[in-house]
Design a binder for this molecule. Structure first.
Ligand SMILES: [Zn+2]
Ligand SMILES: [Zn+2]
Length: 144
């Protein structure tokens, strides 16, 4: 029997790492979903780009142990302490938000990007044809 996909409107957004040790849940829609093409995200995730949803921490919870590493003065990156899945990018300013890898969502298609950022650093073999806004560098999500 085909398993029914989680209904994000009913259950909120939730997800976890590959091994299941880290879980997260948000019960409000994300402020923004962006695909980042910067070199830091590329290295931190081991992937050509990093798609993340920005949630307000007041509507977000997580369980499980992560290892954190500051990839810049502004952002701590969190990976599962056991399986290493890149999970969160936590900005220090403002600290009231968290970026969550949309690929870790139980219903990954429930979180769809709004824009591409740091396109100036995008890998040249990747062509973007989704019609979404593209920013050469960063983009500040609207306030919570
Ligand atoms: Zn894990
Ligand atoms: Zn980035």
């Amino acid at each position: 029997m085909r398993r029914k996909a989680p209904d994000a409107r009913m259950d909120g957004f939730q997800g976890g790492c590959l091994c299941g040790q880290v879980r997260w849940r948000a019960w409000a829609a994300p402020l923004n979903v962006r695909v980042c093409h910067c070199g830091l995200c590329r290295r931190a995730t081991g992937a050509p780009f990093f798609a993340r949803a920005i949630f307000a921490l007041q509507a977000f919870e997580r369980t499980g142990e992560t290892t954190a590493w500051p990839s810049s003065r502004r952002i701590d990156r969190h990976a599962c302490a056991r399986c290493g899945t890149a999970m969160f990018a936590a900005p220090k300013d403002p600290p009231a938000r968290i970026g969550v890898a949309i690929a870790t969502c139980d219903a990954p298609d429930a979180l769809r990007p709004d824009c591409h950022i740091w396109v100036d650093d995008k890998l040249p073999w990747l062509s973007l044809a989704d019609g979404l806004p593209q920013y050469g560098q960063g983009f500040v999500a609207r306030s919570a």
